[in-house]
Design a protein around this ligand. Structure first.
Ligand code: ZN
Length: 290
């Protein structure tokens, strides 16, 4: 990766193997000045405003330490600052607004950059053409490479009375969420919703309605959220999930408070789908026209 430091006094998020450098006490991301980036680190600037508001308060880019282990240890073990690296899954679960957007962008670009070091057409090494956005190979007739997004469908299936949620074996006890899966080549997102729901739960869906989307950097995914109406009721669980089951309104409310304890950010698309369904269910129970 080439290095491009347009603003040596600017502050940069520090990433190491998908982990974000934070202040240990507050767990807030701790950007460093680009000039403090350790030897061997890649420093990448983004255009102003892309990692937060364009008023000088947002990070100007990120410092990627993957090839600079010494630098990682030096930053982490500095007793004056008490910094540590944490899993950004946690950070993304509690941050909101522009900081969240900036982290997602930086993580997605860092991941893509690490995995995209040679031209897939001619094999020549790649360097940044537009930092954070486009890479170019060293071929005399250069090829340009843009990050590819991986669309995935995330869906809340309902039979009108209940919602269908599943859990992975690795999740904490009692945690359930909406079903999700990647969109296959040659498939519409609506088709992916129907296929994933059938594979994971045996439920056949009827009408599928778009809800909203959310970028997610693990990997460079774009999650497209849908509501889906169940046309059948009997669950036949597939191999991907540890459990899939129907949740009543009351069970959904209890789940929502468990989710709130674990990830205070209610702004993820899964949480928004669940909250919207509960709100609409409550409104229809109370006879309020939706
Ligand atoms: Zn090439």
């Amino acid at each position: 990766m080439s290095t491009d430091v347009r603003d040596p006094a600017g502050r940069y998020l520090v990433l190491w193997r998908d982990r974000v450098l934070v202040e240990a006490r507050t767990r807030a991301p701790f950007p460093i000045e680009a000039a403090r980036a350790p030897e061997g680190a890649d420093v990448l600037s983004f255009e102003p405003g892309s990692l937060g508001p364009d008023d000088g308060s947002a990070p100007g880019g990120f410092v990627l330490l993957n090839a600079a282990r010494d630098g990682m240890e030096q930053l982490r073990d500095d007793p004056a600052t008490a910094l540590r690296f944490i899993d950004p899954m946690f950070e993304l679960g509690r941050s909101t607004g522009t900081l969240r957007r900036g982290l997602v962008r930086a993580l997605a670009a860092a991941r893509w950059s690490e995995a995209t070091r040679f031209c897939s057409r001619c094999g020549a090494p790649l360097a940044w053409d537009v930092p954070g956005r486009v890479k170019i190979c060293s071929n005399p007739k250069p090829h340009r490479h843009w990050p590819r997004l991986e669309p995935s469908a995330i869906m809340l299936v309902s039979d009108g009375e209940r919602m269908l949620l599943g859990r992975q074996a690795s999740w904490p006890d009692g945690m359930y969420s909406t079903l999700a899966g990647f969109v296959d080549q040659g498939e519409s997102v609506e088709e992916a919703v129907a296929r994933e729901v059938l594979e994971e739960s045996g439920i056949v869906v009827g009408r599928v309605t778009y809800f909203g989307s959310e970028p997610w950097p693990f990997p460079g995914s774009l999650m497209l959220g849908y509501f889906a109406e169940a046309a059948t009721h009997d669950i036949v669980r597939g191999d991907e999930l540890e459990d899939v089951r129907w949740f009543t309104y009351d069970e959904g409310i209890a789940l929502q408070s468990r989710l709130a304890e674990r990830t205070p950010n209610a702004d993820t698309i899964a949480r928004r789908l669940i909250a919207t369904w509960l709100r609409e269910r409550s409104a229809s129970e109370n006879g309020v026209a939706s």
